[in-house]
Design a protein around this ligand. Structure first.
Ligand code: AMP
Ligand code: ZN
Length: 121
């Protein structure tokens, strides 16, 4: 299947991965809405919210909570929205959850800079 996110899971396309386990991969969006814009995807291919199973969804939510804490601690984000697109508003047809940070003051940082901050313990 010609799926860009499956290729990221398989390592065929590079990504700024900040976390992974057996079920999910978490990486930075390459066209971020703001610094720290992150995507959480299941490693197994599901098209969207209709065909993903509840165990995987629950795990993705648990990881979202942890990523929110990480972004608050490391990037000092002031707010965050979770977005998950389906149907005519979904561009990549592999389920993904957006973690979109908000800042009281605009922050200019490249994806690489954000990655280095998040990866430095
Ligand atoms: P959507 O399907 O509309 O929910 O959004 C897809 C998102 O995937 C967009 O925000 C893209 O910037 C992002 N995206 C597409 N290709 C890549 C990639 N290779 N690495 C990271 N993010 C990507
Ligand atoms: Zn896929």
């Amino acid at each position: 299947m010609d799926c860009i996110f499956c290729k990221i899971v398989n390592g065929d396309i590079p990504s700024y991965t900040i976390y992974e386990d057996d079920i999910v991969k978490v990486f930075l969006d390459i066209e971020p809405m703001s610094p720290g814009h992150t995507l959480i995807i299941p490693k197994k291919h599901y098209n969207n919210l209709e065909d993903i199973d509840m165990d995987t969804l629950n795990h993705i939510n648990k990881i979202a909570k942890e990523i929110y804490t990480l972004l608050k601690e490391k990037l000092n984000i002031d707010g965050m929205s979770i977005v998950q697109n389906n149907g005519c508003v979904q561009d990549v047809l592999h389920y993904h959850m957006h973690i979109k940070p908000y800042y009281n003051e605009n922050k200019g940082m490249s994806v690489e800079e954000v990655f280095n901050i998040l990866k430095n313990e």
